[in-house]
Write a protein that binds this ligand. Structure first.
Ligand SMILES: Nc1nc2c(c(=O)[nH]1)N[C@@H](CN(C=O)c1ccc(C(=O)N[C@@H](CCC(=O)O)C(=O)O)cc1)CN2
Length: 284
Protein backbone atom coordinates (compact mmCIF):
# COMPACT_ATOMS: atom_id res chain seq x y z
CA UNK A 1 0.00 0.00 0.00
CA UNK A 2 1.23 3.47 -0.88
CA UNK A 3 0.62 6.13 1.75
CA UNK A 4 -0.89 9.23 0.16
CA UNK A 5 0.92 12.16 1.78
CA UNK A 6 -0.84 14.67 -0.44
CA UNK A 7 -4.30 13.52 0.67
CA UNK A 8 -3.31 13.41 4.35
CA UNK A 9 -1.79 16.91 4.15
CA UNK A 10 -4.92 18.24 2.41
CA UNK A 11 -7.22 16.77 5.07
CA UNK A 12 -5.10 18.16 7.91
CA UNK A 13 -4.87 21.56 6.21
CA UNK A 14 -8.66 21.66 6.19
CA UNK A 15 -8.62 21.11 9.97
CA UNK A 16 -5.94 23.80 10.40
CA UNK A 17 -7.99 26.25 8.31
CA UNK A 18 -11.05 25.58 10.49
CA UNK A 19 -9.03 26.16 13.66
CA UNK A 20 -7.69 29.45 12.26
CA UNK A 21 -11.23 30.46 11.26
CA UNK A 22 -12.45 29.80 14.82
CA UNK A 23 -9.66 32.06 16.14
CA UNK A 24 -10.74 34.85 13.79
CA UNK A 25 -14.34 34.52 15.03
CA UNK A 26 -13.01 34.97 18.58
CA UNK A 27 -11.26 38.20 17.52
CA UNK A 28 -7.75 36.73 17.52
CA UNK A 29 -5.34 37.68 14.73
CA UNK A 30 -4.33 35.29 11.94
CA UNK A 31 -1.09 33.48 12.81
CA UNK A 32 1.85 35.13 11.05
CA UNK A 33 4.80 33.17 9.65
CA UNK A 34 7.98 35.05 8.69
CA UNK A 35 9.86 33.23 5.92
CA UNK A 36 13.44 34.13 5.00
CA UNK A 37 14.87 32.93 1.70
CA UNK A 38 18.47 33.85 0.87
CA UNK A 39 19.66 33.42 -2.69
CA UNK A 40 18.17 31.84 -5.79
CA UNK A 41 18.40 28.08 -5.20
CA UNK A 42 15.63 26.80 -7.55
CA UNK A 43 14.39 24.02 -5.24
CA UNK A 44 14.26 26.40 -2.24
CA UNK A 45 12.26 28.88 -4.30
CA UNK A 46 9.69 26.15 -5.08
CA UNK A 47 9.50 25.04 -1.44
CA UNK A 48 9.02 28.62 -0.19
CA UNK A 49 6.31 29.26 -2.77
CA UNK A 50 4.57 26.03 -1.68
CA UNK A 51 4.77 27.13 1.95
CA UNK A 52 3.34 30.58 1.16
CA UNK A 53 0.44 29.03 -0.81
CA UNK A 54 -0.30 26.48 1.91
CA UNK A 55 -0.28 29.24 4.55
CA UNK A 56 -2.76 31.35 2.59
CA UNK A 57 -5.08 28.37 2.08
CA UNK A 58 -5.10 27.78 5.85
CA UNK A 59 -5.65 31.47 6.72
CA UNK A 60 -2.08 31.90 8.02
CA UNK A 61 -0.33 35.08 6.89
CA UNK A 62 3.08 34.47 5.28
CA UNK A 63 5.52 37.41 5.30
CA UNK A 64 8.49 36.58 3.09
CA UNK A 65 11.91 38.22 2.89
CA UNK A 66 13.70 37.29 -0.34
CA UNK A 67 17.30 38.33 0.23
CA UNK A 68 20.15 38.41 -2.30
CA UNK A 69 22.66 35.54 -2.33
CA UNK A 70 25.46 37.86 -1.07
CA UNK A 71 23.52 38.94 2.05
CA UNK A 72 25.91 39.54 4.94
CA UNK A 73 25.62 37.39 8.08
CA UNK A 74 25.12 40.52 10.25
CA UNK A 75 22.22 41.72 8.08
CA UNK A 76 20.53 38.32 8.34
CA UNK A 77 21.03 38.23 12.12
CA UNK A 78 19.67 41.80 12.41
CA UNK A 79 16.53 40.79 10.50
CA UNK A 80 16.02 37.75 12.76
CA UNK A 81 16.48 39.93 15.88
CA UNK A 82 13.83 42.33 14.54
CA UNK A 83 11.39 39.44 13.87
CA UNK A 84 12.10 37.92 17.30
CA UNK A 85 10.98 41.14 19.00
CA UNK A 86 7.94 41.74 16.78
CA UNK A 87 4.88 40.50 18.73
CA UNK A 88 2.86 40.29 15.49
CA UNK A 89 5.17 37.54 14.19
CA UNK A 90 4.43 34.09 15.62
CA UNK A 91 6.79 31.85 13.63
CA UNK A 92 10.15 32.35 11.92
CA UNK A 93 11.57 30.06 9.26
CA UNK A 94 14.89 30.38 7.45
CA UNK A 95 14.85 28.22 4.32
CA UNK A 96 17.80 25.82 4.17
CA UNK A 97 20.35 25.40 2.73
CA UNK A 98 21.87 28.88 3.05
CA UNK A 99 24.60 30.14 0.71
CA UNK A 100 28.01 28.79 1.73
CA UNK A 101 29.38 32.05 3.22
CA UNK A 102 26.64 32.10 5.87
CA UNK A 103 26.99 30.24 9.18
CA UNK A 104 23.81 28.11 9.29
CA UNK A 105 24.15 27.16 12.94
CA UNK A 106 24.64 30.79 14.04
CA UNK A 107 21.52 31.73 12.07
CA UNK A 108 19.44 28.97 13.69
CA UNK A 109 20.81 29.90 17.12
CA UNK A 110 19.60 33.49 16.57
CA UNK A 111 15.93 32.50 16.23
CA UNK A 112 13.80 32.82 19.38
CA UNK A 113 13.13 29.14 20.34
CA UNK A 114 9.47 30.03 20.97
CA UNK A 115 9.15 31.19 17.33
CA UNK A 116 11.30 28.39 15.90
CA UNK A 117 8.51 26.60 14.00
CA UNK A 118 11.10 24.49 12.15
CA UNK A 119 12.19 23.00 15.49
CA UNK A 120 15.87 23.37 14.60
CA UNK A 121 17.09 25.54 17.51
CA UNK A 122 19.25 23.60 20.01
CA UNK A 123 16.75 24.50 22.78
CA UNK A 124 14.00 22.71 20.84
CA UNK A 125 16.28 19.77 20.03
CA UNK A 126 17.06 19.56 23.76
CA UNK A 127 13.39 19.78 24.69
CA UNK A 128 12.61 16.91 22.30
CA UNK A 129 15.46 14.80 23.69
CA UNK A 130 14.23 15.52 27.23
CA UNK A 131 10.59 14.74 26.46
CA UNK A 132 9.54 18.37 27.07
CA UNK A 133 7.09 20.38 24.95
CA UNK A 134 8.78 22.45 22.24
CA UNK A 135 8.75 22.54 18.47
CA UNK A 136 9.49 19.34 16.55
CA UNK A 137 11.05 19.52 13.04
CA UNK A 138 8.37 19.28 10.37
CA UNK A 139 9.55 16.30 8.29
CA UNK A 140 9.90 13.79 11.16
CA UNK A 141 6.63 15.01 12.67
CA UNK A 142 4.98 14.43 9.29
CA UNK A 143 6.59 10.99 9.03
CA UNK A 144 5.00 9.91 12.32
CA UNK A 145 1.61 11.17 11.12
CA UNK A 146 2.08 9.18 7.89
CA UNK A 147 2.87 5.98 9.83
CA UNK A 148 -0.18 6.51 12.03
CA UNK A 149 -2.38 7.16 9.00
CA UNK A 150 -1.28 3.78 7.61
CA UNK A 151 -2.57 2.12 10.79
CA UNK A 152 0.71 1.89 12.71
CA UNK A 153 -0.44 3.54 15.92
CA UNK A 154 1.37 1.23 18.36
CA UNK A 155 5.12 1.06 17.71
CA UNK A 156 5.97 -0.57 21.03
CA UNK A 157 8.89 -2.98 20.70
CA UNK A 158 9.15 -2.62 16.92
CA UNK A 159 12.63 -2.36 15.44
CA UNK A 160 13.02 1.00 13.67
CA UNK A 161 16.00 1.80 11.47
CA UNK A 162 16.59 5.46 10.61
CA UNK A 163 19.07 5.89 7.77
CA UNK A 164 20.57 9.39 8.12
CA UNK A 165 21.65 11.42 11.14
CA UNK A 166 20.81 15.02 10.20
CA UNK A 167 19.48 17.57 12.69
CA UNK A 168 16.59 18.24 10.29
CA UNK A 169 15.38 14.62 9.99
CA UNK A 170 17.47 11.68 11.25
CA UNK A 171 18.09 12.64 14.88
CA UNK A 172 14.61 14.04 15.67
CA UNK A 173 13.01 11.08 13.84
CA UNK A 174 14.89 8.70 16.11
CA UNK A 175 13.69 10.64 19.18
CA UNK A 176 10.06 10.51 18.04
CA UNK A 177 10.26 6.74 17.45
CA UNK A 178 11.93 6.25 20.82
CA UNK A 179 9.11 8.24 22.49
CA UNK A 180 6.74 5.68 20.96
CA UNK A 181 8.72 2.80 22.49
CA UNK A 182 10.29 1.55 19.26
CA UNK A 183 13.80 0.09 19.46
CA UNK A 184 15.75 2.54 17.34
CA UNK A 185 18.96 2.17 15.34
CA UNK A 186 20.45 5.17 13.53
CA UNK A 187 22.49 4.21 10.46
CA UNK A 188 24.74 6.54 8.46
CA UNK A 189 27.50 6.65 5.86
CA UNK A 190 29.93 4.80 8.15
CA UNK A 191 27.50 2.03 9.14
CA UNK A 192 28.82 -1.42 8.30
CA UNK A 193 26.44 -3.71 6.42
CA UNK A 194 23.49 -1.35 6.06
CA UNK A 195 21.55 -4.08 4.25
CA UNK A 196 21.48 -6.37 7.30
CA UNK A 197 20.23 -3.51 9.53
CA UNK A 198 17.41 -2.65 7.11
CA UNK A 199 16.49 -6.30 6.53
CA UNK A 200 15.75 -6.65 10.24
CA UNK A 201 13.59 -3.51 10.54
CA UNK A 202 9.84 -3.25 11.09
CA UNK A 203 10.02 0.49 10.35
CA UNK A 204 12.52 1.99 7.89
CA UNK A 205 13.00 5.75 7.58
CA UNK A 206 15.32 6.67 4.73
CA UNK A 207 16.75 10.18 4.93
CA UNK A 208 20.19 10.14 3.36
CA UNK A 209 19.71 11.95 0.05
CA UNK A 210 21.19 9.11 -2.03
CA UNK A 211 18.92 8.01 -4.91
CA UNK A 212 17.49 4.51 -4.33
CA UNK A 213 20.25 3.57 -1.87
CA UNK A 214 17.82 1.30 -0.01
CA UNK A 215 17.24 -1.71 -2.23
CA UNK A 216 13.71 -3.07 -2.49
CA UNK A 217 14.68 -6.62 -1.53
CA UNK A 218 16.19 -5.37 1.77
CA UNK A 219 12.67 -4.57 3.01
CA UNK A 220 11.23 -7.13 5.42
CA UNK A 221 7.76 -8.48 4.62
CA UNK A 222 5.19 -6.32 6.42
CA UNK A 223 7.59 -3.44 7.18
CA UNK A 224 6.55 0.23 7.11
CA UNK A 225 8.77 2.40 4.91
CA UNK A 226 9.05 6.18 5.04
CA UNK A 227 11.09 7.66 2.20
CA UNK A 228 12.24 11.19 3.01
CA UNK A 229 14.69 11.44 0.09
CA UNK A 230 14.00 13.87 -2.74
CA UNK A 231 16.63 13.36 -5.44
CA UNK A 232 16.48 14.79 -8.94
CA UNK A 233 17.72 12.14 -11.39
CA UNK A 234 17.63 12.76 -15.14
CA UNK A 235 14.87 15.33 -14.76
CA UNK A 236 12.59 13.40 -12.43
CA UNK A 237 12.30 12.86 -8.68
CA UNK A 238 13.30 9.64 -6.92
CA UNK A 239 13.53 8.83 -3.26
CA UNK A 240 16.20 7.05 -1.21
CA UNK A 241 14.30 3.74 -1.58
CA UNK A 242 13.67 1.56 -4.67
CA UNK A 243 9.93 2.10 -4.30
CA UNK A 244 8.54 -0.40 -6.82
CA UNK A 245 10.56 -3.34 -5.54
CA UNK A 246 10.14 -2.29 -1.87
CA UNK A 247 6.36 -2.11 -2.11
CA UNK A 248 6.24 -5.82 -2.99
CA UNK A 249 7.39 -6.47 0.59
CA UNK A 250 6.20 -3.46 2.61
CA UNK A 251 2.89 -3.20 4.45
CA UNK A 252 2.97 0.49 3.55
CA UNK A 253 5.40 2.86 1.85
CA UNK A 254 5.48 6.58 1.07
CA UNK A 255 5.99 7.55 -2.59
CA UNK A 256 8.30 10.29 -3.88
CA UNK A 257 6.87 12.73 -4.79
CA UNK A 258 3.61 12.85 -2.84
CA UNK A 259 4.70 11.32 0.48
CA UNK A 260 6.77 13.19 3.05
CA UNK A 261 7.11 16.49 1.11
CA UNK A 262 3.48 17.65 1.39
CA UNK A 263 3.40 16.62 5.07
CA UNK A 264 6.53 18.70 5.79
CA UNK A 265 4.64 21.77 4.62
CA UNK A 266 1.50 20.84 6.57
CA UNK A 267 3.40 20.32 9.82
CA UNK A 268 4.86 23.81 9.41
CA UNK A 269 1.31 25.22 9.36
CA UNK A 270 0.43 23.24 12.50
CA UNK A 271 3.59 24.42 14.26
CA UNK A 272 2.81 28.04 13.34
CA UNK A 273 -0.71 27.77 14.78
CA UNK A 274 0.76 26.16 17.91
CA UNK A 275 3.30 28.99 18.21
CA UNK A 276 0.53 31.61 18.04
CA UNK A 277 -1.48 29.78 20.72
CA UNK A 278 1.52 29.42 23.03
CA UNK A 279 2.50 33.08 22.67
CA UNK A 280 -1.05 34.19 23.46
CA UNK A 281 -1.07 31.88 26.49
CA UNK A 282 2.22 33.41 27.75
CA UNK A 283 0.94 36.96 27.19
CA UNK A 284 -2.15 36.32 29.35
N1 LIG B 1 14.01 25.59 6.96
C1 LIG B 1 13.85 24.40 6.36
N2 LIG B 1 14.59 24.12 5.29
C2 LIG B 1 14.41 22.91 4.69
C3 LIG B 1 13.45 21.99 5.16
C4 LIG B 1 12.70 22.33 6.31
O1 LIG B 1 11.86 21.54 6.82
N3 LIG B 1 12.93 23.55 6.87
N4 LIG B 1 13.20 20.81 4.47
C5 LIG B 1 13.75 20.63 3.14
C6 LIG B 1 12.95 21.23 2.03
N5 LIG B 1 11.50 21.34 2.24
C7 LIG B 1 11.02 22.27 3.07
O2 LIG B 1 11.59 23.28 3.32
C8 LIG B 1 10.59 20.62 1.42
C9 LIG B 1 11.01 19.70 0.50
C10 LIG B 1 10.10 19.07 -0.35
C11 LIG B 1 8.75 19.35 -0.28
C12 LIG B 1 7.77 18.75 -1.21
O3 LIG B 1 6.59 18.99 -1.08
N6 LIG B 1 8.22 17.97 -2.16
C13 LIG B 1 7.36 17.41 -3.19
C14 LIG B 1 8.09 17.45 -4.50
C15 LIG B 1 8.33 18.87 -4.92
C16 LIG B 1 9.25 19.00 -6.13
O4 LIG B 1 8.76 18.89 -7.23
O5 LIG B 1 10.46 19.26 -5.92
C17 LIG B 1 6.97 15.99 -2.79
O6 LIG B 1 7.78 15.33 -2.12
O7 LIG B 1 5.90 15.58 -3.17
C18 LIG B 1 8.33 20.26 0.65
C19 LIG B 1 9.23 20.89 1.48
C20 LIG B 1 15.14 21.27 3.07
N7 LIG B 1 15.14 22.60 3.60
Amino acid sequence: MRIDGKALAAARREATAEAVQRRTEQGLPAPVLAVILVGEDPASQVYVRNKENACRKAGIEPRTWRLPADTAQTDLLDLIAQLNSDPAVHGILVQMPLPKHLDEQAVIDAIDPDKDVDGLHPVNAGRLASGLPGFVPCTPQGAIALLESAGLTDMTGLKAVVVGRSVLVGKPMAQLLLERNATVTICHSRTRDLASQVKDADIVVAAVGRPELIQGDWIKDGAYVIDVGINRVEGHLVGDVQTEEAEKHAAAITPVPGGCGPMTVQMLLENTLLAARRQEETAR
